[in-house]
Design a protein around this ligand. Structure first.
Ligand code: ZN
Length: 356
């Protein structure tokens, strides 16, 4: 049963993405792609800055093969890269350091490792491990993404959401929404799709059906299709972008088990209702709230690579970043601004101004 949940969530974390086909065919035709302006700009030992927006960190093939594949960069290496390499060259101006692996063939995936947090009402106490990463409290998290195209291909928006959740709602899937109507970047179903099918299974549990949206027949317990899902009301509340009054009641399956999970059918003892007032009673009000919460976030993107990047590599990532930080959504999936309902923005560039 656990495997079925995992397979389903693994599948749904992947998001369809067109991947640089035009650039590839240009190269095959014998044309040389122009490099981005101001690129490459050597800024340190193994560190190259490109287009004022993205950095590459070149390591030996042996080291790359050790740190790049899933389960990703070991903690000691992530701390060494940030403390000894990145923050010896960059000021402490960033909310996120995102490590992007120079691999186009790996399955889309990633993780977020929290570094510091001073918001309250999230279900955990404020903490600050910034000194271990060479920062003094600004850095929210270090994020690892398995493939070069993961900023728009996913799960970039999902990993950003782990800054704030889920630590407020009971879930079968730790730190995600599991089998609940919280449906957003961290899994869960769309409340409008929930049905009690009116019968019990062989274990005497009630059988229900739900999906991640009206044109789908399934949902994920960990994720809902890479970047192709906006943040849900409870996610926006935890981000500090909407007031508690805009968060609808959340249904949570009690002791669930999959029934026909690829079709969104599951069984449970019952369905609990958790209100935002219940969450506030347990964990306190999210503070600061929407009137004074942070609405703009800065990212330092670092491509980990065993070889110098090609112009095609740089252009692929720069195009992805432009799409993700644009003030309006342009691509197939959501970008950061659209996923927040245009309540917050994210910025990757202007790195020269952050150089020490
Ligand atoms: Zn996750």
């Amino acid at each position: 049963m656990l495997l079925l949940f995992l397979v389903s969530s693994y599948w749904t974390i992947r998001c369809q993405k067109e991947s640089g086909t035009d650039s590839t065919s240009l190269l095959l035709a014998g044309l040389v792609l122009a490099g981005p302006s101001g690129c490459p700009q050597i800024i340190g030992d193994g560190l190259t800055l490109c287009g004022d927006t993205v950095v590459s960190l070149e390591v030996s093939r042996e080291e790359f093969d050790r740190v790049a594949p899933w389960p990703g960069i070991p903690t000691a290496d992530a701390r060494r890269y940030t403390k000894e390499l990145l923050f010896s060259r960059f000021r402490d101006d960033f909310d996120y350091v995102v490590f992007l692996i120079n691999d186009r063939n790996a399955a889309a995936g990633g993780w977020s490792r929290s570094v510091s947090q001073d918001v309250t009402g999230l279900g955990f106490s404020p903490f600050d491990n910034g000194a271990l990463y060479g920062t003094s409290g600004n850095l929210n998290a270090v994020i690892y993404l398995t493939t070069l195209g993961a900023i728009t291909g996913g799960p970039f928006l999902h990993e950003i959401m782990h800054t704030w959740g889920n630590y407020v709602l009971p879930s079968e899937s730790a730190s995600h929404w599991g089998l609940s109507s919280a449906g957003g970047q961290l899994g869960g179903w769309d409340p409008d799709t929930f049905q009690d099918l009116g019968y019990t299974n062989g274990n005497g549990k009630n059988v229900y059906q739900a999906s991640k949206g009206e044109s789908y027949h399934y949902f994920g317990v960990n994720a809902n299709g890479g970047n192709c899902m906006p943040y849900s009301p409870i996610e926006l509340y935890l981000m500090g972008l909407i007031p508690s009054s805009e968060v609808p009641d959340i249904k949570v399956a009690v002791n669930p088990e999959p029934e026909d999970f690829p079709n969104g059918i599951f069984a449970a003892d019952s369905i609990d209702t958790v209100t935002i007032d219940d969450i506030i009673a347990d964990h306190g009000l999210r503070t600061p709230g929407p009137s004074s919460s942070q609405k703009h976030f800065r990212v330092l993107t670092v491509i980990l690579t065993p070889t110098a990047l090609t112009n095609e590599d740089w252009n692929l990532v720069l195009d992805d970043i432009r799409e993700m930080e644009a003030p309006t959504k342009a691509g197939y999936c959501e970008n950061f601004a659209s996923a927040t309902g245009y309540r917050a923005t994210i910025q990757f560039g202007d790195l020269n101004n952050s150089l020490r």
